[in-house]
Design a binder for this molecule. Structure first.
Ligand code: XMP
Length: 509
């Protein structure tokens, strides 16, 4: 089977690169640069190498470096972002900090003719996320693309089949990124025979054999990821699975009842619902730091699951609907911690389960949805917009209180209803309200109001690793704003968040 090696330098998008390759029916594996030598790479017969991005600067001696022999191994190599800068340095070129300004998000790209840009128009949009840049082109390379702020956005040495791109072809917002990766697979001479549809069958069989005779407690939130994980585990281990739904008091309006209603009919007695709202709110009292909030919530979830497991006669393993962005954004290997997803970075080290089962850990949201449909879950579960495990706690900046939760629940319900009923050509993938800890002056009924600021957030994305803010029609925003300020006495202002990811994240905390 023709295989591409994704040589990981700690990038946020390493798995995304592998997945883009899988989408083109070519198998891809990820290896940290620390764990594989050039000789091993040659020995394993990879058809091509992709050097990933990473959070470091190649000029920092402590940052990841690699044997320059890779460039003369006779295997095509594509360097992306940090990987491009490293390739430049390995080949004898120079990289320097770009000064105070980095280049983040949507950028105009101009390309010249090159085998990696076959079928790509001269001008298009690419997605950038970098501070350093290539300032001296190595010998045998020539510049193949530029942006307004980056004189070398791509370079190549065709004779050795070496390609470097400063931008991210793997993210969907790079308009012709898939075409560029496909061109690279052609340059590598790959057969396109690998199929993702085998995932469900093979994973269910593996789980059935590895979990034989074990009792598994599944943390079910009712969201897409945990629902699909539960369905996969139910297929694999049947009665040995118990699903526990915890109401942590940080759910959206009407959500606790809605989740129980949907899953009670599917799971019967193997669904256990626990109301732990007092406990979570008590632990969060006085806490304002976002990471501390996330850690507290992660720990309390585990404690509630442990106690529930005890009361139900003991379980061997805890199952979670962790997916790849949760893992990577909580910091894995050499990548930077963006935020501690409650189900990864928030897990206490002294957990009483003997292990964790996370069968969707390598998949992205849209891949998880496809798995869910394969397993026969209905559209209204599989296509739900995501809701983070820490719930409204990461949508209230500052301390979380019952009163603030009440305000946010109302504002959020109004905004979601307006979007759900709006006639919009572009459907957002996630949309919600945030209660900021800023106050602003307003006037209501001839009186001065010094009240809260609600921020509305709506994003369009395929995989939640990168996202663009949705161009919501002004009338829809206006209706939401009028209803929120009219219905909730303490809200003085409504603002709309127009930041893409990167540089922002989807959630505010
Ligand atoms: P960010 O804010 O990291 O969000 O850009 C990307 C996607 O992940 C969701 N999210 C979480 N989901 N536990 C979860 O289960 C978490 O701690 C968490 N934090 C963010 C977020 O809603 C978005 O869909």
């Amino acid at each position: 089977m023709d295989t591409i090696l994704v040589l990981d330098f700690g990038g946020q998008y390493s798995q995304l690169i592998a997945r883009r390759i899988r989408e083109q029916n070519v198998y891809a594996v990820i290896e940290s640069f620390r764990h594989i030598s050039v000789d091993e790479i040659i020995g394993r017969g990879y058809r091509g190498i992709i050097m990933t991005g990473g959070p470091n600067s190649v000029n920092d001696p402590e940052s990841p470096h690699y044997d320059p022999g890779l460039l003369d191994a006779g295997i095509p190599v594509l360097g992306i972002c940090y990987g491009a800068q490293l390739m430049a340095q390995m080949a004898g070129g120079k990289v320097a900090a770009a000064g105070a300004e980095g280049e983040y998000g949507r950028t105009q790209l101009t390309v010249t003719e090159n085998s990696i840009f076959k079928g790509v128009p001269e001008a298009s949009i690419c997605w950038m996320s970098h501070r350093d840049r290539i300032v001296e082109i190595p010998e045998r390379f020539s510049v193949k693309a530029y942006t307004p702020q980056c004189a070398c956005a791509a370079m190549s040495d065709e004779s050795r089949k070496l390609y470097a791109v400063q931008f991210h072809p793997e993210v969907t917002h790079t308009r012709y990124g898939t075409q560029m990766l496909s061109n690279f697979l052609d340059i590598c001479g790959c057969d396109r025979q690998w199929k993702m549809s085998r995932f469900v069958q093979e994973t269910a069989e593996r789980l059935a054999s590895e979990l034989k005779g074990k009792r598994v407690l599944m943390a079910l939130s009712g969201g897409v990821d945990s629902s699909v994980t539960a369905a996969l585990l139910a297929k694999a281990i049947g009665n040995n699975l118990t699903c526990v739904f915890v109401d942590h008091g940080l759910l959206r309006k009407g959500e606790a009842k809605a989740v129980e209603d949907v899953f009670r009919s599917r799971l019967g007695d193997s669904l256990v619902c626990v109301d732990a709202s007092k406990r979570f709110l008590g632990e969060l009292a006085g806490v304002t730091d976002p990471e501390t909030k996330r850690k507290i919530i992660g720990e309390q979830f585990i404690r509630v699951f442990e106690e529930t497991a005890n009361s139900l006669g003991g379980f061997d393993l805890l199952a979670q609907g962790t997916i790849y962005p949760d893992v990577i954004e909580s910091g894995k290997g050499d990548s930077a911690v963006i935020k501690s997803h409650h189900n990864v970075g928030g897990i206490p080290t002294d957990m009483k389960f003997s292990g964790i089962v996370e069968p969707l850990r390598d998949l992205f949201k849209d891949e998880v949805r496809r798995v869910g449909l394969e397993l026969g879950l209905p559209d209204h579960i599989v296509k739900r917009q995501p809701f983070p495990g820490p719930g409204l706690a990461v949508r209230i900046t500052g301390e979380v209180t019952e009163e603030k939760l009440g305000v946010l629940r109302e504002a959020d319900a109004i905004f979601r209803e307006e979007i759900d009923t709006a006639d919009m050509s572009e459907r957002p993938d996630q949309y919600f309200a945030v209660l900021t800890d800023t106050s602003a002056v307003g006037v209501k009924g001839d009186s001065r109001l010094y009240g809260s600021v609600i921020a509305l957030r709506s994003v369009t994305t395929e995989d939640f690793m990168t996202a663009d803010w949705t161009r919501i029609p002004f009338e829809v925003l206006e209706r939401a704003s009028v209803r929120i300020t009219n219905t909730i006495p303490s809200v003085a202002r409504v603002v709309y968040d127009i930041t893409s990811k990167p540089p922002a994240t989807v959630e505010w905390e």
